[in-house]
Design a protein around this ligand. Structure first.
Ligand code: 0X9
Ligand code: ZN
Length: 418
């Protein structure tokens, strides 16, 4: 390569690095609150944060909810000492989960290949959409479709996997509603791989259901995590009158919209938007599930997230249990038991409100309560906080394998219980 081209390459690399948000010295601290008093102290920290007192210095990766439920807070270097001292003063113990967030990001970036698709790697929005087209071209059972467009007009593609026949109900699976949760699309792609490759197990499932797999629901946010800010969570639609962009798509559905565990502050990572379905991506999945007939056509809906290793079910907006809770819970147990058999990975299962945190306006609640999909789940994949959102790529395959076992188990369960 000529010196000129080297310099150009160096310039471009430096430029793209310089443009990205960096997290040098940012730490992730875990607090396990022991009392309701401690929860309210953490809650105050969080609302101070939303009132911009800390101006981007703190970010809650796991919000305070119940006693014994871990709270993970990412803190900028200049605030680490202040916050730990403050919490220690209040008698609250903190544990460092991640010493330097940027180091984990650097590790991850080293292994990225943004131009070719691989199941065992993290893939860009573009290569994932190409994968849809190519997979549909290769396999007879697979067809390509779209549920609509994102705010920035990215196509929200899906792969339908079906062996035909009539009266089959649908299973709708999607990843990437939260942009930073990269293991979610990666795992969902693995599930589609098993389905199209059509082993005996896949054939059994395809005799029972048609599958719709949407690898990345929030393509704008996901692309932004590759180009600008690895920790971006929300959509990318600007908010009028605010310098902050985006809405938490998993607070933008109608069920309990605007309630507990969501924020009306556009700068918050849990911002619920101006109204339910204000985000085109959220409206698109609503309309898609409706077009399949809601609960009449869809037997099972799964919205994959990370991290925490939980198999979550309705509700998130209230601590009340749905009428179908016992059956839904038994389905969750079947999924988690099967998942654990593969690599020993333990998931807990239960309603969102008690098992992770109150969350209003979520997909899982909406698909059950409003669209009448009897089995609606939001699993939180690997890990339990060691790597958080930066799960090394070598864990994609095991995550895919164990979630395939979980999918088979939940589909069998749904088939016999619907
Ligand atoms: O808070 C959320 O949206 C989910 N956790 S995450 O860390 N992935 O953001 C949990 C809520 C699960 N689902 C629904 N409320 N639908
Ligand atoms: Zn999520």
């Amino acid at each position: 390569m000529s010196t000129g081209r080297w310099l150009l390459l160096l310039f471009c690399t430096t430029l793209s690095l310089a443009e990205k948000v960096r997290y040098d010295g940012h730490q992730v601290l875990r607090v396990i609150p022991k009392t309701h008093h401690e929860i309210s102290i953490l809650g105050n920290l969080m609302s101070n944060l939303e009132n911009s007192k800390f101006d981007g210095q703190l970010s809650f990766w796991r919000e305070p909810s119940n006693v014994t439920k871990p709270v993970d807070i990412m803190i900028s270097p200049s605030y680490v000492k202040k916050i730990t001292t403050y919490l220690a003063h209040k008698g609250i113990h903190t544990k460092v989960m991640i010493k330097n967030v940027q180091e984990l990001i650097n590790e991850e970036q080293k292994g990225l290949n943004s131009s070719t698709f691989a199941y065992n790697a993290y893939n860009t929005y573009e290569t994932i959409q190409e994968w849809i087209t190519e997979t549909a071209a290769v396999y007879d059972t697979a067809t390509e479709g779209s549920i609509g467009k994102s705010y920035e007009e990215r196509n929200i593609g899906y792969l339908k996997i079906s062996t035909g026949g009539t009266n089959k109900k649908a299973v709708v699976i999607h990843g990437g509603i939260h942009a930073a949760e990269w293991i979610s699309p990666a795992t969902v792609l693995y599930l589609a791989k098993y389905l199209v490759e059509g082993g005996t197990d896949a054939k059994d499932l395809l005799n029972k259901f048609d599958f719709y797999v949407i690898p990345v629901l929030n393509g704008d946010g996901y692309s932004f995590t590759w180009t600008d800010n690895r920790l971006w969570r929300k959509t990318r639609k600007p908010n009028e009158g605010s310098p902050c962009m985006g809405t938490d798509p998993n607070r933008n559905f109608a069920t309990g919209w605007g309630g507990i565990g969501s924020s009306n502050e556009p700068c918050s990572d849990f911002y619920h938007g101006t109204k339910a379905f204000s985000e085109p991506e959220v409206a698109a999945i609503r309309d898609f599930v409706s077009s399949l007939g809601g609960g009449d056509g869809v037997a099972l809906y799964i919205d994959y997230h990370s991290y925490s290793q939980l198999w979550l079910m309705p509700y998130g907006y209230t601590n009340e249990k749905p009428a179908d809770y016992d059956t839904q819970l038994a389905g969750g147990k079947a999924a988690c038991d099967a998942l654990k058999k593969v690599h020993g990975t333990q998931y807990k299962y239960g309603n969102i409100y008690d098992t992770i945190h109150p969350a209003s306006g979520g997909s899982c609640d909406y698909m059950y309560a409003e669209q009448n999909v009897q089995f609606s789940y939001s699993p939180e994949g690997r890990d339990k906080g060691r790597y958080g959102f930066f799960l090394p790529a070598k864990y994609i395959q095991p995550s895919g394998e164990e979630n395939w076992a979980a999918l088979k188990a939940i589909c069998d369960f749904v088939d016999t219980n619907i």
